[in-house]
Ligand binder design. Structure first.
Ligand code: PGA
Length: 243
């Protein structure tokens, strides 16, 4: 069961290290695949604190490996810092950094080349949902990002359903609605013979009060959590619920 903590840009260096120490002192059940995704500036120091106890991930990565790309961080560099995972195509990247499905595809390819496990995020906006275009939106995101990913490669991916309107709003998608979208995602990935067997996570206003609904009645393989993962009590609560 995956519990992926996306700390986004919430924490100062000092607060990230404090939280990392609290995580290091927490019992992590062997039934939970716990992945910590701090800001890039904190990955190395957080890694020193949590050591091998916790897997690390980047929140994004560039598609180039190295060279004249001012300000970018490649998968290779994330690996050097001890990362095993990388979040790609998060809706905040799509919204604030203008990432298109084409860019996400290039990043996925780069992650595969480097050996990082990509956590591919897809999800519809409120407008798309209200106009009945939710399935079309995730279909586009999945097919364009997974173009050319062979069946043999698909199990190395993780896919997250993150409805944009549920992220950071407290307005979580119900497990039943989310499960319907998960089934659509599996159908899209299977019919296109892409991404068929990979784990599917839910993300969007998950906390210790609702986490277990997504993995039980929702049938998800885990969760991707933002805000609630930056508070130790919530993080420990979610860990307990998933154990
Ligand atoms: P949230 O964010 O848990 O704060 O809603 C989820 C995410 O963006 O991955």
């Amino acid at each position: 069961m995956y519990l992926i903590a996306n700390w986004k840009m919430y924490l100062s260096q000092k607060d990230a290290l404090k939280l990392a120490k609290q995580v290091a002192a927490t019992d992590i059940s062997s039934s939970v695949d716990f992945v910590l995704c701090p800001s890039a500036t904190a990955i190395a120091a957080v890694g020193e604190i949590v050591k091998k106890k916790v897997a690390l991930g980047g929140q994004d990565a560039f598609w180039g490996e190295e060279g004249a790309y001012t300000g970018e961080i490649s998968c290779k560099r994330l690996k050097e810092l001890g990362c095993r995972y990388v979040i790609l195509g998060h809706s905040e990247r799509r919204q604030y950094a203008g990432e298109t499905n084409d860019v996400v595809y290039k990043k996925l390819m780069a992650a595969r080349r480097s050996g990082l496990t990509p956590i591919l995020c897809v999800g519809e906006s409120k407008k798309e949902r209200e106009s009945g275009g939710a399935v079309a939106a995730i279909t586009r995101q999945l097919t364009e990002a997974l173009e050319g990913i062979s069946i043999g490669e698909r199990e190395k991916l993780i896919v997250a359903y993150e409805p944009v309107w549920a992220i950071g709003t407290g307005d979580a998608c119900t497990p039943q609605d989310a499960a319907r979208m998960k089934d659509e995602m599996k159908r899209i990935m299977n019919t296109k013979r892409r991404g068929g067997a990979c784990p599917v996570l839910y993300g969007g206003s998950v906390d210790e009060s609702n986490v277990v609904e997504y993995t039980t009645s929702g049938g998800f393989d885990g969760v991707l959590v933002g805000g609630a993962s930056t508070k130790i009590k919530s993080l420990q609560g979610m860990m307990e619920q998933l154990s």
